[in-house]
Design a protein around this ligand. Sequence first.
Ligand SMILES: NC(=O)C1=CN([C@@H]2O[C@H](COP(=O)(O)OP(=O)(O)OC[C@H]3O[C@@H](n4cnc5c(N)ncnc54)[C@H](O)[C@@H]3O)[C@@H](O)[C@H]2O)C=CC1
Ligand SMILES: O=C([O-])CC(=O)C(=O)O
Length: 365
Amino acid sequence: MFSKFSQYFTKKTFGYGSLSLLSLVGINHQLQKSKTTVYSKENDEINVCVTGAAGQIGYAFLPLLLTGQCFGDKKINLRLLDVPQAESILQGVELELQDGAYPLLKSIKTGSNESILFQDVDVAVFIGGFPRKPGMERKDLLTINGNIFKKQGQALDTVAKKTCKSLVVANPANTNCLILAETAKSIPKQNFSALTRLDHNRAISQIALKAGCSITDVKNVIIWGNHSTTQYPDVNHGTVLGKRIRQFINDEAYLNNAFIERVQKRGGEVLAARKNSSVMSAANAVKDHLHDWYFGTKSGEFVSMAVYSDGSYGVPKGLIFSYPVTCSNFNYKIVQGLNIDEFSKEKIRITTEELLSEKADAFSA
Ligand SMILES: NC(=O)C1=CN([C@@H]2O[C@H](COP(=O)(O)OP(=O)(O)OC[C@H]3O[C@@H](n4cnc5c(N)ncnc54)[C@H](O)[C@@H]3O)[C@@H](O)[C@H]2O)C=CC1
Ligand SMILES: O=C([O-])CC(=O)C(=O)O
């Protein structure tokens, strides 16, 4: 469907700050320099590309990014990618970013050519694609959005830094991420992730509501598998105020049924109510995902990220699968050694089957 969007518009590099001409020179210099610079946390700048930047989640996410909520006080060279038809909206977003006077915003580059916008990126956030509408499942977006990821994967492979970290948000997020990772072969698989943090946050919130405690009292829930209605929100390893969730809530019927279903179908609940899919909560989850990946998770705590499966917990290798992970220094580790009961094994099997089927569809063409 997006093949008709083949005519790219090119766009200026916008030097941001009081000396825009000097900034412009600085940006070009930075781009040249960055080709040979290996990214490290000590650099004081970071090149971040957001795709789908003219869309709803992009609009809600950019202020979080530019107020240091993902990468602290790093100055940001921001690249905003969208389709040519969105040029005027993207220009409007750029105007508002200028008006925001964000101290962390070093430069802005906008356009629809991924080969330009992905050049030397450190972080790419893939929001661009169609959102689902009432009556659709997320996997119905595979054909439309999957094609975008083949093309963007090729560009990422060619021009991004080999250290580039990618987060895929556009649905079906896991399989789009797999397409991206398999296409951008020169970038390590460890650098790719898809967003299940929204589901994770939903699970925490539902438990806090049920327990009558605050969000920060709830730790270590897990989302296993796909960002879809087959995902498995698992409370078996989590705590409320240091006590096992199952003990604290003491309602097996709720935890094994209504809780799971509520989290699995929460996207649909929001869609039915808003007539549009989740935006504010999605942008917040993107922020949380990037923040924890970059700065690290707290000691003894884990979060959920969909990452390249390595065989852990019997999941076949080569899927983008949501696992419990710990993070440090912009790296993650899948939490090992959790005891998985029969109920959970079956739930994990169901979501694995769905991801295998999506993978087969995505790579059958
Ligand atoms: N993983 C998750 O937890 C969630 C994922 N989503 C997904 O995020 C995606 C974006 O949602 P919204 O921002 O609400 O949609 P939106 O329609 O407001 O924005 C999407 C933007 O992507 C752009 N786009 C389309 N094709 C593109 C391409 N080839 N390159 C760059 N940009 C392109 C569109 O022009 C549009 O500006 C959807 O696929 C939605 O289903 C939404 C909520 C949660
Ligand atoms: O459900 C949708 O289409 C949007 C989404 O991914 C979510 O809210 O989790």
